[in-house]
Design a protein around this ligand. Sequence first.
Ligand code: ZN
Length: 489
Amino acid sequence: MTDRTLIRGADWIVAWDAKHRGHKYVIGGDVVFEGNTLIHVGHAYTGDAEHVIDGSGLLVMPGMINAHAHTHRDIHAKGFFEDLATHQMWMTQLLEYTFVLKGDAESCAAAFDASVCSLLRSGCTTLVELFGYKHRPFDDWVGQVAATGIRASLCPMVASGYWYTTSGRDHHYAWHAGEGVDDLEGALELIDAALTHPSGRLSGMVGAAQADTCTERLFRLCKAAADERGIPLQTHAAQSVMEFREMIRRHGMTPVEWLESIGLLGPNVLLGHAIHIDQHPWVAYFEHKDLERLARSGVTVVNCARAFAQWGDMLRSLGSYRAAGINMALGTDGYPHDMIEEMRIAGLVSKVASGHVDLLRAEDVFETATLGAARALGRDDVGRLAPGAKADVVLVDLSHPSMRPVRDPLRSLVYSGVATAVRDVYVDGVQVVDRGRVLTIDEDAALDRLQAGQGRAMARVPDMDWAGRSADAISPLCLPVEGPDCSGS
Ligand SMILES: [Zn+2]
């Protein structure tokens, strides 16, 4: 008895086109998977199957890949962080405010579960989760990630130091005695536990926190560990003006130039953001060689358009980086964790940044969210619907108002679609979303736990802030409050 599922007579399928090495539409076709593997994608399937799903009115597409997210952490700042600015420190809110709201272990676990629900419901089937190894909020990451049903790459980040401010006007680095090298062994053990997890859905990625908080020695050790294991490495680089200026001060090189000079860049390396390269107008630098450095290295740049749009900043641009030959992927970074919204914002911001309507098209955005990210992970079995690939399959309801009228459904999904149009999701052949409801996690309970956790995090803000301010003093509610309880938190 086989465990075979047939999606019969789908109106539209986004299928792998081996000849052109990209996605193509199949109009009116079948998708079949057995266990965790796709065995047929195309026109009518003549075999039998235990489970048959009526594909009429559906778009069947590969699950998307979120190549950069901190799902357990940043969502604690929802409703607090979005309009904060410290104008004199060039995007200092990244350095100053991200870390005043810290969830405790219980709350981070809830945040992770709730965020994974959001990702699954938006058609994301693979998550790259980055977290600080030294300050990991709970020990059983591997078990918790596996229990959600999502496919995931765990990226425990090591760092030689960290940022802090003493006045809201300055920016300092504190360095660990061991340069973070002493954490690397434990981080690698965690990665190895993911790689050998019996679910087969977990993998690992070596994480070096940021270009300006890791020493050359730590970067070289991380790269060697990634190369030795045949896995990727991810770091944050070129994400703020301050980082750019700091690297010029230390090395006389841009962040990208320095990373290239120490041998870090390569096809198995992902750079979170790479926004503040030498052609970004805010850094006032005039060489304009970073784009070529990124392209020739084979590195992947992960664009988190929503997160940076919030700070008035953007990659300039997703379309032109692609045109330069750089492999691109998408990430949701902080929150919200909605890959359909992330695609739309990435696409629209690229149009604004480039001034071109068609330099980056809907199919290109979807490519970054699927095949581009899969290349970064070194995989040809995810991000595509093809026989032999993993059964990570998303069924989109074409009768959903956001998808109608139906003419070119993938384009409509990118520019007009919403997560509630996603009906069912399968990861590794297992159904994880049924008619918009996540089957593997109690989403309401996770959100309730997160709500309580956010309250605890807000109460701790005075202990975390350099000036001892309350959450409400830093970020008042957006409207005047009338009522007996004006605490707002
Ligand atoms: Zn990040």
